[in-house]
Design a protein around this ligand. Sequence first.
Ligand SMILES: Cc1cc2nc3c(=O)[nH]c(=O)nc-3n(C[C@H](O)[C@H](O)[C@H](O)COP(=O)(O)OP(=O)(O)OC[C@H]3O[C@@H](n4cnc5c(N)ncnc54)[C@H](O)[C@@H]3O)c2cc1C
Length: 473
Amino acid sequence: MTTTKRPSPDQATLDAIARAVGPKGVVTGDDAAPFLSEWRGRWPGEAALIVAPASVEEVCAVVQICAQNNVAITPQGGNTGLVGGQIPFGDEILLALGRMRRVREIEPLNNTMTVDAGITLAAAQTAAAEAGRLFPLSIGSEGSCQIGGVISTNAGGVNVLRYGNMRDLVLGLEAVLPNGDIWNGLRRLRKDNTGYDLKQLFIGGEGTLGIVTGAVLKLFALPAEKITACAGVSSAGDAVALLAHAQAATGGGATSFELMGRRCIDLALKHIPDVRDPLESPHPWYVLMEFSSGQTGALDGAIEAMLASALEQDIVKDAMIAQSEAQTQMLWRIRHSISEAINGEGLGARHDVSVATSDIPAFLDKADAAVERLAPGARVVAFGHIGDGNIHYDVVAPEGAGKHALDDKRTEIETAVYDIIDGFNGSISAEHGIGRHRRATLAKRKSAVELDMMRAIKAALDPQGIMNPGKML
Ligand SMILES: Cc1cc2nc3c(=O)[nH]c(=O)nc-3n(C[C@H](O)[C@H](O)[C@H](O)COP(=O)(O)OP(=O)(O)OC[C@H]3O[C@@H](n4cnc5c(N)ncnc54)[C@H](O)[C@@H]3O)c2cc1C
């Protein structure tokens, strides 16, 4: 959908919006800056007004005024998105959800939890744990990102292998539609075959179809024990083989199975304080794995035996099992700090792609060859969620060449990587979404039939195009 330029909102309309949220709900002056820049400093934003409603009714009042006056809205959660979807261009109002952060209800018997959209993911996890339950979604930004943002980006993270991504973890949804109607779909049902599953339109909708204000989330039993281990392997192919081996040996006991190229460890050692090399000698690839069980002692010996047989079969070159919480934290610290460590080397060219798990080694071979051809000496930093086929394939400038040395090659590298992904029938965005960043790429690479369906849905729900224009479609 092309973005038609709409006039800037007039002062009377902005005043009406401000009145709808009251003085506490209007963000001005120095307080505005954090809402208008994002994590990598890539897309500076501007907004006609920033409002932070405190209730669904206030969101509804704001959206109604916007709909009546053709004013565009950019919803923002924790502002941790990596594709610029939460940053407005200038003529939109920014609607921040951070004041709506109540846990509305936890029902242990249903294994459900109903929350406001503005609660952080970490606060939702804590509230579930305090009720003796697990909310399993876990991502590096969980202290800041919000449930509404996690829903709107269909976030994934390190536990998708066992529990699925956000699309699998939402039972019900409440949203304010672009015309200002409130849709109360806060059902706690695990079975509901009454037609289209409307909540799925908003999950991964990136704020283009409405504003998520509340959700019913699925909870699980808290694991009684967790074992974390790290293995050094010679190739990505061996890492894929190790996943199958580990799942067979533990009855599908893996909750996380994370692949990290050696360069991830080197950059973490260089840029992140208090990081230690996980194994005695370096290996081309590392697998960080976590296993969990509802029964204490059920995994005792199983992980050790699994790793011993993987060593015997030469799938693994070396391995360690974390013996303390401190060792476990150290391993996860490396994994969670990779993006930050890469930032220390400049922006480079970043990709968040997915292929079938078994295609990961072939994808890496082809992509590495293309990068070396286009930018000799450029450093590939590849890591990701191997069980989900999701590779963060990042490319930074050659050692010593300077943070911007790859800037003029970025588009060429991205095009080559996405061409390879198309060859595997993969996805150009496995978990971060489209936002502003991949909008043009989506338009080029999604089939005409798919784009037509997406545009028809957008036009039906948001005929004025006021919800997050210039993003995704
Ligand atoms: C260090 C780090 C690690 C990360 N790790 C992962 C990872 O492992 N997996 C992963 O999937 N992502 C990851 N991310 C990306 C990011 O954290 C997720 O995309 C997250 O879900 C965004 O949530 P947020 O609340 O910050 O949303 P924002 O960044 O504020 O917004 C993201 C998008 O959702 C829309 N939106 C936000 N709230 C609402 C709402 N209530 N209603 C409608 N639309 C809304 C915005 O308009 C925007 O399009 C990581 C980011 C960082 C910085």
